[in-house]
Design a protein around this ligand. Structure first.
Ligand code: TYD
Ligand code: MG
Length: 458
């Protein structure tokens, strides 16, 4: 039996430490340092330090080669037959890859994976390992999804060694682990769900996946803050990390890739939860517009998340405040960005909202990080403040700098074309994004700074 040695690491940043500390010296997070067990391997050091000659001739699997001599195979991707999921994965599952799918409880992770496995039936051999639900519960869900499951193999197991033994005996092409937090390894003594268990279990699965070219889909829980429960190292170990996001109460679900070694990040797959499982939404622009009559405080923009442009509505409500510190609430957008834009609006647009409560929201529960939303957001704020609706059928995009200048964003022309497709006739855009050739049916208003943009929308 190998000797066990204690080591410590930070759950937040993954730094390894020699001793426990209340605050991580690397990332300064409090109460994130945890104990873990290191399994010491038998020592291979030659008798005298510095004498490496004993290793000559021992080159095994790890032989050094030149990069040019490495043979590549064109990656045959396995389509899950759920187009939106394939899109987020970068065109399907890559054999031997490990994908982590995170999301709040009840958002639809198990449903999505069961549907994916059913879609693969006949084309790939799969195994569904569950540590959370009973087989009866899965059967009930499958019935609801109208999945017969004749060829779908299931296993209830929480010990990773037993899981791997079952996997090795059956040689499936695809294994779903629902969820990684319920697994434990016999090699580690701490409780299931603890960080060292999580790391050890995930590492064993990743090793097997790479060795045997078996694709693994791991379900991960998220914490209250929305990050994947467990150490960030889990995200480093896998090839792709997908997050399930949704607005509470909304039936739309967004799967976003935050890391993908085989595709684009920030790619979005959009689904609607129905009585019969998740259905792909192929025209997302239509669902994220509120569809209401033009109202004060509402602005439409075109975001480009991943590889496709999408129309979205931003809403703002600016109202007299009775508080000493007026409220600033941002849903779906960064609160600091809002504070910055309010300062720019005051300084360069001459509009002060210091005594106003300001609320902003992205329709449909999307979360946006694109700076292209700056201009439409400021227009929505201004429109609510003045109680004056913006022109109907108008879109806007552009980044706003601290000097009040409006900067160009990527893929301007593509965004404009998406707007035209959905019947928009006017676009307020940064000057550098104005197309060289006019676009039929679209009046493009090119603006250089905030003053010009506000004048154009008056
Ligand atoms: P589930 O996949 O169990 O979520 P997770 O694995 O992420 O915890 O999804 C559960 C929710 O989805 C539950 O609230 C019921 C709802 N649901 C439907 O609305 N329609 C369906 O067809 C299915 C299977 C679930
Ligand atoms: Mg589940």
């Amino acid at each position: 039996m190998a000797k066990q040695k204690l080591s410590y690491h930070c759950e937040a940043c993954g730094a390894s430490l020699s001793k426990w500390a209340g605050q991580c010296p690397e990332c300064s997070a409090w109460n994130t340092v945890r104990e873990s067990v290191k399994v010491a391997r038998p020592s291979m050091t030659p008798a005298r330090a510095g004498n490496y000659q004993g290793f000559a001739g021992q080159a095994g699997d790890g032989a050094v080669v030149t990069l040019a001599s490495v043979e590549t195979q064109s990656q045959q991707r396995l389509s899950t037959s759920l187009d939106e999921l394939d899109r987020v994965l970068g065109g399907g599952l890559v054999p031997g890859s490990v994908v982590l799918l995170g999301g709040d409880p009840g958002i639809g992770k198990s449903t999505l994976l069961l549907q994916a496995l059913a879609g693969l039936e006949g084309r790939a051999k799969s195994l569904y390992v569950t540590g959370e639900e009973s087989l009866q519960q899965i059967r009930l869900r499958a019935e609801r999804l109208a999945i017969s499951g004749e060829k779908l193999e299931c296993l209830t197991e929480t010990c990773v060694e037993h899981v791997l033994a079952a996997v090795a005996a059956r040689h499936p092409d695809l294994v779903v682990i629902d969820s990684i937090q319920t697994l434990f390894s016999e090699q580690v003594q701490s409780a299931p769900g603890s960080v060292s268990q999580l790391r050890e279990s995930a590492a064993a699965l990743v090793r097997y996946a790479k060795d045997q070219q078996c694709t693994m889909l791991l379900v991960g829980h998220v914490t209250k803050e929305g990050a994947l429960a467990g150490p960030r190292v889990l995200e480093h170990m896998v090839d792709a990390v997908l997050y399930f996001e949704s607005d509470s109460g909304s039936r739309y679900r967004v799967v976003r890739s935050v890391k993908n070694r085989f595709g684009t990040v920030n790619e979005l797959g959009i689904f609607a939860m129905t009585g019969k499982g998740l259905k792909a939404v192929s025209n997302p622009s239509a669902i994220f517009l509120s569809g209401a009559e033009a109202a004060a405080g509402s602005a439409v923009t075109v975001v480009r998340e991943g590889t496709r442009p999408m129309l979205l509505e931003l809403q703002a409500l600016v109202d007299d405040s009775h508080l000493a510190n007026p409220r600033r609430v941002a849903l779906g957008l960064d609160g600091n960005r809002l504070a910055m834009l309010l300062a720019v609006l005051h300084r360069h647009g001459g509009v002060s909202m210091a005594d106003q409560d300001v609320f902003i929201n992205v329709v449909g529960g999307m979360r946006l990080a694109e700076t292209a939303c700056d201009l439409p957001l400021v227009l929505a704020l201004w429109s609510s403040f003045r109680d004056q609706p913006l022109a109907r059928q108008q879109i806007a995009f552009g980044e706003i700098g601290l000097g009040g200048e409006i900067r160009p964003v990527y893929n301007g022309e593509e965004r404009l074309r998406e707007a035209v497709t959905h019947g928009f006739t006017r676009a307020v855009v940064p000057q550098a994004n104005a197309p060289r050739k006019p676009i039929k049916g679209l009046e493009v208003v090119a603006v250089r700074n905030l003053q010009e943009a506000l004048e154009q929308c008056r």
